[in-house]
Design a protein around this ligand. Structure first.
Ligand SMILES: Nc1ncnc2c1ncn2[C@@H]1O[C@H](COP(=O)(O)OP(=O)(O)OP(=O)(O)O)[C@@H](O)[C@H]1O
Length: 301
């Protein structure tokens, strides 16, 4: 049961609302894929369809050449957005129960639960009711629930929300480790700095459609070159109208000018000369837009 997770042409309506429109992308074995988009963009809907807890109106999900069936689904590790643990059940018992549901023997389930609760730092809480844990610790248990049956695919809906920085590091390490084992990993998140750091590729969704898809660095480079100039008084709006300057943002408090350039037209030396005419230049550096800037643009388009 290996191969890429293939999401092919998913359509989904809720009455009048079109929640997904031709949602198509793949996650390769060993790849960490970041699924980002505004609230209500369609991420959870896509993930629920991957898991088969929701049916698509059209389109398919496959793992390599195989349509995802009941057997395959048992090998997916899923963290739903609406966390699905029983608050009145003890952490350890619940994890063993879930592992058994995935077909593990009692001994293997207990061994796996012990390994993952240790790894995720909740080993002291195995005899506590889930509902008595802090939200962050409940989330660690939820991740353990997604991992205990040694899944061949990981589908995690906002696994990082509400975690403290130490837990974020633990979660990041686990995802990297699972990807290194050669399984496809997809997670959704609104923490774009984290997505930028962790993911091989990202998909940006807006209103049910995939709007940008690719390696983070490629998407950022595609979006054009940016130039940051510190020094010249921004009150003069000195860069307005210079050839090749597509957009100029002026931070008047820091006297920092940020320019988005059309690389085919812009001449950085002409821009530097124009800046020096206004005042001393303390910094003159090219950057590429962050994933957050890219996201704002894609979603606003
Ligand atoms: N059961 C439902 N009935 C009707 N509409 C729904 C249902 N579930 C989701 N929707 C709508 O479908 C759209 C997509 O929702 P979805 O939960 O997939 O978005 P999302 O990208 O996961 O958002 P968020 O980042 O807020 O979790 C939204 O407009 C949402 O209101």
């Amino acid at each position: 049961m290996n191969g890429a997770l293939i999401i092919d042409g998913l359509h989904k309506r809720y009455g009048e609302l079109i929640a997904l429109q031709d949602m198509t992308f793949q996650v390769s074995p060993g790849e960490i894929f970041g699924f980002v988009g505004s609230n209500g963009a369609g991420k959870s809907t896509t993930m629920r369809i991957i898991l088969g807890v929701l049916a698509a109106d059209a389109g398919s999900v496959r793992l390599g050449d195989h349509p995802i069936d009941l057997q395959t689904r048992r090998r997916i590790g899923y963290m739903p957005e609406e966390r699905g643990l029983y608050p009145k059940m003890k952490v350890g018992e619940q994890l063993v129960f879930l592992a058994r549901l995935h077909g593990m023997s009692s001994a293997a389930a207990r061994e796996s639960v012990s390994r993952w609760t240790n790894r995720l730092g909740v080993e002291q809480r195995v005899n506590d009711d889930v509902g008595d844990l802090s939200l962050g610790n409940q989330q660690r248990v939820q991740l353990a629930a997604a991992l205990i049956h040694d899944p061949r695919v990981l589908v995690l809906d906002e696994p990082f929300s509400g975690l403290d920085p130490v837990a974020v590091d633990v979660m990041s390490d686990v995802l990297k480790e699972k990807a290194a084992e050669g399984i496809p990993v997809i997670f959704s998140s609104h923490q774009l700095d984290l997505v930028q750091r962790l993911c091989d590729r990202v998909g940006i969704v807006a209103r049910g459609q995939m709007r940008a898809l690719g390696r983070v660095d490629d998407l950022r480079a595609r979006d054009g070159v940016m130039l940051e100039i510190a020094g010249p008084s921004t009150r003069t709006r000195w860069a307005d109208g210079i050839a090749g300057v597509v957009q100029a943002d002026y931070d008047t408090e820091a006297d920092l000018t940020t320019l988005r350039l059309d690389p085919a037209v812009a001449d950085d030396q002409a821009i530097l000369t124009a800046a020096l005419r206004v005042g001393p230049v303390h910094r003159f550096a090219t950057t590429t837009p962050s994933l957050t800037e890219l996201f704002r643009e894609v979603v606003a388009a």
